[in-house]
Ligand binder design. Structure first.
Ligand SMILES: [Zn+2]
Length: 298
């Protein structure tokens, strides 16, 4: 199986990140930040909203269709992402210690969306991503997705990559080295078998242990070539920001989850994701594909 490497000179982990990651990480009981707009009604956005107003300006049919697909989900279109950089800011090497990063060094006005765990398997979300073509990177936990690996295949078919998020979502630093290794390697094997591609990236649950030698060694032994954290964590209506100014920055990686009404105070996965896109749109950012900013090993 092909292995991937990362340029060791690019390491973006901050010491202060560890505590924040534990607070904001998936599975934690992070408090909701109720600063978003009011929740929209439950159920299908397409079914519960009035039709889009008829345009009167002389736009092209293609442009009209592009706007209409966002209107279907009651959203404003995001700016288009720029072309992927020819010189990838994150360069892979095949061997060596894996870097830890929570952002991509770029001046492009883009952010990256990551979706973790895989608990909620809402068909409406597949429809939403099929319509909107917003790129996401999925960090899947084997024992959370194994009851329906197939759910993620149409999301992958849209060009979205699947990465490693352990077998059963422990706080890695609480586990001995051999357990950490099995958590990474067993998930790597299962995801590779199911999806036909070896995950290139690893994310530890809660961000826990990301900077420890034991986890770094485990990841190296199992195949992923970087550990990916995040700068913002999506809740239900708004994000938790690590930056004091509570603003997105170019290259930020955003953490969100496959979550449904049970974990979102009754809101749906598509409502949460729509809120996320609205927070990004309001700040004028495009969503780019994380893997487009990564160079595989030569
Ligand atoms: Zn998680």
């Amino acid at each position: 199986m092909e292995r991937y490497g990362w340029n060791r000179t690019r390491t973006y982990a901050a010491g202060a990140l560890a505590l924040t990651a534990l607070v904001a990480g998936c599975g934690s009981a992070a408090p909701e930040v109720p600063s978003g707009p009011p929740a929209t009604g439950a159920g299908s956005p397409a079914a519960s909203r009035p039709p889009a107003p008829t345009r009167t300006d002389p736009a092209t049919p293609a442009a009209d269709a592009a706007v209409a697909v966002w209107t279907k989900w009651n959203l404003k279109p995001l700016p288009p992402a720029p072309a992927p950089p020819a010189d990838k800011p994150l360069k892979l090497t095949a061997t060596g210690a894996v870097p830890v990063f929570s952002e991509v060094p770029t001046t492009d006005k883009v952010v990256f969306v990551t979706l973790d765990d895989g608990a909620e398997k809402d068909p409406k979300f597949v429809e939403m991503l099929t319509d909107l073509k917003v790129p996401v990177s999925m960090f899947l936990t084997r024992d959370i997705v194994k009851n329906d690996y197939g759910y993620f295949k149409p999301l992958k078919a849209l060009g979205n990559h699947i990465h490693n998020h352990t077998t059963d979502h422990p706080a890695m630093s609480t586990k001995p080295a051999e357990v950490q290794k099995s958590e990474v390697c067993d998930a790597q094997a299962a995801l590779t078998q199911q999806y036909g591609v070896a995950p290139m990236l690893f994310r530890p649950p809660y961000g826990d242990g990301a900077h420890t030698p034991a986890l770094n060694t485990a990841v190296q032994q199992c195949g992923p070539r970087a550990i990916v954290l995040w700068r913002e964590s999506m809740q239900i209506h708004d994000m938790q920001y690590q930056a004091a100014d509570k603003k997105l920055k170019p290259g930020d990686i955003i953490l969100a989850h496959f979550r449904g009404p049970k974990d979102l105070k009754g809101e749906t996965m598509t409502q949460m994701f729509g809120e996320l896109l609205s927070r990004i749109q309001e700040q004028g950012f495009a969503v780019a594909r994380l893997e487009d900013y990564i160079k595989p090993p030569a």
